[in-house]
Design a protein around this ligand. Structure first.
Ligand SMILES: C[S@@+](CC[C@H](N)C(=O)[O-])C[C@H]1O[C@@H](n2cnc3c(N)ncnc32)[C@H](O)[C@@H]1O
Length: 208
């Protein structure tokens, strides 16, 4: 918890939250990959201290491949030491790789069956948000899915206390999210048992 808070204070734009996600949100974010048959290729973007990483690792099976992309070197070291390295020692038959890089140019190749993304999009400029979604959707398999989350009503709550230009950005991010939702068969699940309450959003590769 303190690891996360210290990174939030030193790097709010990238971390974008004051608290790591809880177990209920982790379950919702990983719902489809936990149900799917294998072998699966899975990508996690922005693990932070690893609440989704831990849940994904628990459900990996022989033949699966799991890639993690994180921009912050502090979180990379923590994820490697706390989650990936102990997992590899016990499961040498499963490929688990960490890439210290922004997702925009991370050295990963698709297709991935499942992408689980923890990025704080409401902190980013709209062109970056569009670029990151373009990259992630381009890495998705034909019948793959991409899960991301946002805090419930975050744009509505932020709008009155931000500058006019930030408000404009939030409106553009909202419009982009709605357009993705339409084009990629979006579904949304509210998770009240998270601090703060969050909405897990799932997009499919392409509307049929
Ligand atoms: C809101 S935190 C989420 C952490 C964790 N998934 C959770 O839910 O508790 C966002 C994470 O995304 C990482 N991040 C931000 N921008 C990134 C980028 N462009 N590429 C990869 N990771 C990024 C941050 O360093 C941070 O670890």
């Amino acid at each position: 918890m303190l690891d996360f808070l210290s990174q939030t204070l030193s790097n709010f734009r990238h971390t974008g939250a004051v608290w790591p996600s809880g177990g209920r949100l982790a379950r919702e974010m990983t719902a489809s990959l936990r149900k799917a048959g294998g072998p699966r290729r899975i990508l996690e973007v922005g693990p932070g201290t690893g609440p989704f990483t831990a849940m994904i690792l628990r459900h990996l099976r022989p033949g699966d491949e799991f890639h993690v992309v994180e921009i912050n070197p502090f979180f990379c070291k923590l994820i490697e030491r706390r989650h990936l390295e102990p997992f590899r020692r016990q499961h040498s038959e499963i490929t688990v790789a960490l890439h210290e890089s922004p997702i925009e140019d991370a050295p990963v190749e698709g297709p991935f069956d499942h992408i689980v993304c923890g990025l704080p999009f409401n902190n980013f400029p709209p062109p970056l948000v569009r670029g990151i979604f373009r990259r992630m959707l381009g890495l998705l398999a034909e019948d793959g899915d991409l899960a991301y989350f946002e805090y419930a009503a975050v744009r509505v709550m932020k709008a009155p206390v931000t500058s006019p230009s930030s408000r404009k950005n939030l409106r553009r991010i909202d419009a982009h999210a709605k357009s993705l939702h339409r084009r990629h068969q979006g579904s949304r699940r509210l998770v009240m048992a998270n601090f703060p309450p969050a909405i897990a959003v799932r997009l499919r590769h392409q509307a049929s």
